[in-house]
Design a protein around this ligand. Structure first.
Ligand SMILES: [Zn+2]
Length: 252
């Protein structure tokens, strides 16, 4: 089952990295003109692509009404990404490959290694936590035994999980790049202080919550909710953070 999940997710991962695969081999030398994203014609083109993609899903693709808006925004996002990668390969190249891997194989290979490693880590964490902590069922589960929640992940769940894997991977690459380049990121043990450890960690959580709370509130705005965040709440049975969220088979 684990191997099957890995292969399925890697397959969808590769599909969602198509814009990147298009961009990497054709990436030209960076030039000052690569930053002119705010060019009106390109913006209009991207807007048209997004609208056409959304209309295609709405009127032509046979998807259920419940998931239509979610798939509309997802397809529009992928179409806009692909178009932008085609129009601005240099900019996309710098963004998706900040560490400058010379080969696509290295880039994709690391992505696959990350997917497989995380799947194994999830399984290890679940088994260890279940065996050592033996967590009690949440109160909601015992008081609402008839609420079953999302029982089985569908193709759309795997698609979004796979897209998240790619986004997370590109984010991680950029964090590594940022850490290597910034002079205020210290690498020597002798530079450790209360300020850049305990205080910084505390501020990290404060900053995270400051951004997370209003963003989450925005995602629940009636007009935006069905396009992005609704899918996340398909699981309406409360789960205990990482322990259960990481469980793809949903048997916990
Ligand atoms: Zn929410």
């Amino acid at each position: 089952m684990l191997i099957y999940l890995c292969f399925f997710q890697i397959f969808v991962c590769l599909l969602t990295t198509l814009p990147t695969l298009v961009a990497l081999p054709t990436a030209p030398e960076e030039s000052s003109s690569s930053n002119d994203f705010v060019q009106t014609t390109l913006l209009l083109e991207l807007l048209c692509v997004a609208i056409v993609a959304a209309l295609f899903v709405k009127y032509i693709l046979p998807v259920s009404k419940k998931q239509s808006k979610s798939i509309q925004s997802c397809t529009a996002f992928l179409s806009v990404s692909a178009t932008y990668a085609y129009r601005r390969p240099g900019t996309v190249h710098t963004f998706v490959n900040p560490l400058g891997f010379s080969s696509i194989l290295t880039w994709v290979g690391l992505l696959i290694a990350k997917v497989v490693a995380l799947q194994f880590l999830d399984q290890i964490v679940l088994k260890v936590v279940r065996k050592c902590v033996k967590p009690k069922q949440l109160q909601f589960r015992t008081s609402h035994p008839k609420v079953l929640g999302l029982q089985k992940l569908e193709w759309i769940d795997f698609t979004y999980l796979s897209m998240n894997q790619v986004i997370e991977y590109i984010f991680a690459l950029n964090v590594v790049d940022f850490s290597l380049k910034q002079q205020y990121v210290y690498w020597s043990v002798s530079n450790i202080s209360i300020l850049n450890t305990v205080v910084a960690l505390y501020l990290l959580f404060v900053l995270d919550d400051l951004l997370y709370a209003p963003t989450h509130y925005f995602m629940h705005w009636k007009r935006i909710y069905p396009y992005i965040h609704k899918h996340h709440h398909r699981q309406n049975l409360p789960k205990r953070g990482y322990v259960f969220v990481s469980c793809l088979s949903n048997v916990c």
